[in-house]
Design a protein around this ligand. Sequence first.
Ligand code: AMP
Length: 306
Amino acid sequence: MSLIIIGTVAFDAIETPFGKTEKIVGGAATYASLAASYFYDKVKIVAVIGDDFQKSDIDTLSERGIDTEGLQIKAGEKSFFWSGKYHNDMNSRDTLVTELNVLADFDPVIPESYQDCEFLMLGNLTPVVQQTVISRLKKRPKLIVLDTMNFWMDIMMDDLLETIKMVDVLAINDTEARQLSGEYSLVKAAEKILTMGPKYLIIKKGEHGALLFHEDKIFSAPALPLAEVFDPTGAGDTFAGGFIGYMAKIGTVNFNNMKNAIIFGSALASFCVEKFGTEKILNLTEAEVAARVQEFVSLSSFTIEA
Ligand code: AMP
C-alpha cells in the first residue's frame, strides 16, 4: 500500500513584504510530499524536472523517506519556474511568471513499484497529466484527491472538468470555488461543485481556515492565528499533503476521518508559512506537530452552559 503524489517540483522566486528570494526549490509536489511524510512512510512522487536541480535538492526528499523513482530528470531542459509577489495582506498575490519548461510535454511514468497505490494526490499540474496518471494505475486507488488552481481554470477549463469528474475529493481555494461554480456564496458553490463528480469538497480560505463539504454536511476548521507569516507559498499544497498523508495513515475513508485530516493538514500548513519556501517543513519533530495539532483543538473547542 502506498501514497502517490504528483505535481510540480519547481523553482520559485518569491517576494513578500518581508523579503525576496532568488530561485528556491518549491513546487506543489515538493510541499505536498514533505507534508505527507510526517504521517505516512510510503510516499512516492511522480514529477519532472530539468537538469538544473542539484542532487542535494532531490536528496532532501529522499531523506524524509520519499520515494523519487517516479521523478524524471530531463537532460538539457529547465525545470518549471514560478514567481509570485504577495500583497501587504499576505492573503492575495500576483503571479509574475509561470514558465512551464519541462512541464509542457510531461509524460508521467508510473514505476511498477508504485502500482500498490491506494491513495493518490493529484497535486497542482496540467489537468491532462493528472488524468494520465489515473489511467496508468492498474487499480483505481481507494481515494483520489485533486488540487488545482485558477491558472488551469483560465486556460484548460474543459480538461480540468474531465479530471474533476474522476476524483473523490477536490481541494481548491475560495476564489477558485467561485470561479469554477460561478456562484459567490460558498455554500451554493459547494452544492454545484458536488454535482461535478467529487463526493467531498474542501474549500481553503487561507488565514480563515478551511471548509469540508460532503452531502448535506459541513465541517469548518480554523486556521491558527499566527503572529508572524513570512511566506504563504505552498501552504495549500502542504495542507493537501498533510490531509492525504493522514488519510493514508488511517486507511479508512469517511467524513469523520477527513475532519481530523483537515486539522492535521492545517497544522502542517501553519508551519509552512512561518519561513520562506520549504524551510520550516523540512525538519519538524513529532512533538512539534502534536503540540500544533493540540493548539487547533484548544482554539476551537468550547462548551455551552445551558
Ligand atoms: P500554493 O501557494 O499552495 O498555491 O503553491 C505554490 C506552489 O505551486 C509553488 O511552489 C509553485 O511552484 C507551484 N505552482 C505555481 N503555479 C503552478 C501551476 N500553474 N501549476 C503547478 N504548480 C504551480
